[in-house]
Write a protein that binds this ligand. Structure first.
Ligand code: IPE
Ligand code: IPE
Ligand code: MG
Length: 247
């Protein structure tokens, strides 16, 4: 039986977040430049989005570019940015065909103007699709996001719009980039690295973590479904005892 058939569609995670890692090593293994790996990662993005929509996942967040990734060689950053523009441009039609809405989180204003404009255009063009939301994390850093949230809250407190007593988890959630979606139940990272790299630190408080040894360009639909099957085999206790959960 394949992994897709093993999934219990009544217990699907609503939101799956993915750290797409390993493009550079994938290319290096083939004696090619890192950019070649990024180019070959696009098919994995398409397959993953399709796989998620097929079974009824509501939100997919893909970590595509971190704030720290700006520190890579300029040539690689430029290549990634133009690949992004090209891909968004090319894929908008497919997103509409599959009724997928595009969204983005991160310091989007720091993107190059053409990347930023292309992104806004695609978000606008897909905004009424309601089958699934595909969120790109671009120029994203979780600590940066939290610092911004604290600044906004402090401004409101200064103006007298809220008191310190009004600050709770809900209020913080509302000030994060991710305010429009639930926390991910499952986080997948490819490439074998087992770290979070400044991704959704607040949101993954009780997320199940899944590490896949494959490099991102080799990640296919069955790998995605395998992660969900693994997720469904776990007992999520949220601090309670197993007996409390199963009774
Ligand atoms: C992930 O692959 C893509 C980005 C971070 C933009 P990497 O480029 O990090 O590839 P590795 O991890 O160096 O192999
Ligand atoms: C994390 O990958 C960021 C993205 C996948 C976009 P990195 O390759 O940048 O992370 P580190 O440097 O290995 O932690
Ligand atoms: Mg990497």
């Amino acid at each position: 039986m394949n992994f897709k058939e093993q999934i219990d569609t009544k217990r699907l995670p609503q939101h799956i977040a993915i750290i797409m890692d390993g493009n550079g090593r994938w290319a290096k293994e083939r004696g090619r430049l890192r950019v070649f790996g990024h180019e070959n990662g696009v098919a994995a993005v398409r397959n993953t989005a399709e796989a998620a929509a097929e079974i009824g996942v509501k939100y997919i967040t893909l970590y595509a570019f971190s704030t720290e990734n700006w520190n890579r060689p300029k040539k690689e950053v430029d290549a990634l940015m133009s690949l992004l523009v090209k891909t968004i441009n090319k894929e908008t039609e497919t997103l509409n065909k599959n009724k997928i809405r595009l969204q983005a989180i991160g310091d989007l204003k720091s993107l190059k103007p053409d990347t930023y404009n292309e992104l806004l255009k695609a978000i606008e063009n897909t905004k009424s699709n309601d089958r699934m939301t595909l969120v790109l994390a671009l120029s994203y850093s979780s600590r940066g996001e939290m610092v911004n949230a604290v600044k906004q809250i402090a401004e409101k407190a200064k103006k007298g719009d809220l008191d310190a007593e009004d600050i709770n988890c809900d209020l913080i959630n509302q000030h994060l980039n991710t305010h429009f979606m639930p926390d991910p139940e499952l986080l997948i990272r490819t490439s074998g690295e087992q770290r979070i790299s400044n991704f959704m630190l607040w949101q993954i408080a009780y997320t199940e973590l899944y590490f896949c040894p494959k490099y991102w360009p080799d990640f296919g639909k069955e790998d995605f479904y395998k992660a969900i099957v693994d997720y469904q085999s776990r007992e999520r206790r949220f601090g309670k005892t197993s007996e409390q959960i199963t009774k």
